[in-house]
Design a protein around this ligand. Structure first.
Ligand SMILES: *[C@@H]1O[C@H](CO)[C@@H](O)[C@H](O)[C@H]1NC(C)=O
Ligand SMILES: *[C@@H]1O[C@H](CO)[C@@H](O)[C@H](O)[C@H]1NC(C)=O
Ligand SMILES: *[C@@H]1O[C@H](CO)[C@@H](O)[C@H](O)[C@H]1NC(C)=O
Ligand SMILES: *[C@@H]1O[C@H](CO)[C@@H](O)[C@H](O)[C@H]1NC(C)=O
Ligand SMILES: CC(=O)N[C@H]1CO[C@H](CO)[C@@H](O)[C@@H]1O
Length: 461
């Protein structure tokens, strides 16, 4: 058994910021997070320092004055300020700790019994030998560089089913977006990953009931990692050690990046453009927060107004979206032979603002509309009620008469120039790098994203 950390040892973000495994592949300790540092386990022996576990992932990053100690009473404790301490592993009685080359940080007592292991508390990743046990779940990270809890989860259910849901939803089929296809296979089924990239489910008696991947991939100088990514899909990655390479995707839980429910926030819908998920607002809606697709969309027009379509000036019209679906929260279901009848019925009904038409059924609904997506294989047509006064059929930056509109125009124009200028800077930077180093721009982007994951001591001195 390896034992490389004794009670009384401590780490600081500046010097001695990690405890390394024997080969230097894994490190336990401080890594750069936002403007400060977080505590976790990361692959230190590869160019792309990859975080595989984070302690108390939703606590704010700590500053350079923090201390992480393995105290003499066997507790692993983070002192972020003189006043504030957080216990990472409360293991009274542990007398040694180890960071082995498996990536599993462990605490032992004097009888060499393991009292605590990071493998039992997965965040978004599973390493070979680690398992997702029954009743437990893993949560995606917010983004590739922010390891706090994101918006997707993967749960090993008591019925033997491995299922993905958005966060904050009940564990019921309407919210699921991935299922392993092993329902009713008994309690205590668990997800396993082996060093050869075999990802599979074992039941209570140890029988293999499902292979997600067949395994048998090359193991020489290669490490595998399963992770539920920030985009909601879980993937098996491989990385060749001793090569300045990157992670490559071996397997994905889905090939459709619009599958994860809730990728686009309320009143937005997901559409595949060049095989990439894009979030689009429903007609008459605008993004709540530019550049943040999970924040969703809100109404861009004033919904208060007259209701009866017999009014001389009826302020609404309907917009049609082909092959578009969302969560079915129908309050009123009517039968109509033609979609035009559904459209008219919704237009004239003050209580509803949207309708889904499919196979003669007209399902009237109200915003917020959730889990919207364009699905070419689905014959549903969506109708959305929009204000006539909104420039629904005109270009978005159409000049408006009022003062606010004018200011909006100025904003749009300056935003355009700012964006354009920024893009030119980035493009010229990329071109420059390509000329100098002869590397592909996509790799450059990856390099850019990983520079933020450097060890804390490299940045905080
Ligand atoms: C770092 O830790 C090692 C071993 O615990 C110790 O010998 C060394 O003095 C420490 N370095 C500094 C600068 O504190
Ligand atoms: C596990 O699976 C095997 C093979 O399908 C089956 O024979 C066995 O009864 C299962 N065990 C449990 C506890 O369901
Ligand atoms: C899963 O794959 C292993 C080989 O990696 C094979 O031996 C086993 O039969 C497969 N099991 C199922 C249920 O397909
Ligand atoms: C995006 O919006 C969501 C929901 O409003 C919020 O939780 C998240 O912090 C936002 N992300 C960023 C980068 O602002
Ligand atoms: C430098 C390097 O090895 N880059 C690799 C990154 O990953 C892609 C595929 O995902 C490879 O094609 C590159 O060779």
């Amino acid at each position: 058994m390896e034992s490389n950390v004794s009670p009384g040892s401590y780490l600081t973000p500046g010097i001695n910021s990690t405890w390394l495994s024997r080969s230097g592949l894994f490190a336990f300790g401080f890594y750069k997070q936002g403007n400060g540092c977080a505590v976790g386990i990361f692959l230190a022996g590869i160019p792309q320092k990859t975080v595989v576990w984070t302690a108390n992932r939703d606590e704010p990053p700590v500053s350079s004055i923090a201390t992480l100690s393995f105290s003499r009473d066997g507790t692993l404790v983070l002192q972020s300020t003189p006043e504030q301490t957080t216990i990472i592993a409360d293991s009274l009685g542990s007398t040694s700790a180890a960071m082995p080359d498996t990536g599993n940080f462990m605490l032992y007592n004097s009888d060499q019994q393991m009292l605590w292991q990071s493998f039992e508390h997965p965040t978004d990743s599973l390493l070979p030998g680690q398992r997702l046990l029954v009743g437990t779940e893993m949560f995606s990270s917010k983004s590739e560089t922010d390891h706090s809890t994101g918006i997707f989860r993967l749960k090993m259910q008591h019925d033997g089913h491995l299922v993905q849901f958005p966060v904050d939803t009940p564990d019921i089929p309407p919210y699921a977006y991935y299922e392993s296809g092993t329902p009713r296979r008994g309690d205590k089924v668990r997800l396993n990953i082996s060093p050869d990239g075999h990802l599979y489910l074992l039941n209570a008696t140890g029988a293999n009931i499902r292979n997600l991947t067949e395994g048998g991939y090359p193991t020489k100088e290669t490490i595998y990692l399963m992770r539920i990514d920030a985009d909601g899909i879980f993937r098996l990655y491989s990385h060749k050690l001793k090569q300045n390479g990157n992670w490559s995707i071996v397997w994905s839980s889905s090939n459709d990046s619009c599958d994860p429910k809730g990728l686009c926030g309320l009143n937005g819908f997901c559409a595949l453009i060049d095989n990439k998920a894009q979030c689009v607002c429903l007609p008459g809606f605008e993004m709540v927060q530019q550049g943040n697709r999970t924040a969703g969309c809100e109404k861009s027009f004033d919904a208060v107004g007259r209701c009866s379509s017999k009014d001389e000036y009826y302020p609404y019209t309907m917009r049609e979206l082909a092959n578009t679906v969302w969560e079915d929260n129908s309050y009123d279901v009517l039968s109509f032979p033609l979609k035009e009848d559904c459209e008219r019925s919704c237009l004239e009904d003050c209580n509803y603002e949207a309708a889904l038409f499919k196979d003669g059924e007209c399902r009237k609904q109200r915003p917020p509309l959730r889990y919207g997506r364009k699905m070419l294989t689905d014959s549903s047509t969506a109708f959305i009620k929009v204000g006539k006064s909104t420039p629904a059929n005109m270009p978005k930056d159409m000049p408006k008469e009022n003062k606010e509109g004018l200011r909006l125009d100025i904003l749009i124009i300056s935003a355009f120039f700012l964006t354009f200028g920024g893009m030119m800077l980035v493009i010229s930077g990329i071109v420059f790098y390509k000329i100098i180093f002869g590397i592909e721009s996509s790799h450059l982007m990856e390099m850019l994203s990983t520079t933020t994951m450097l060890l804390c001591d490299h940045l905080l001195i």
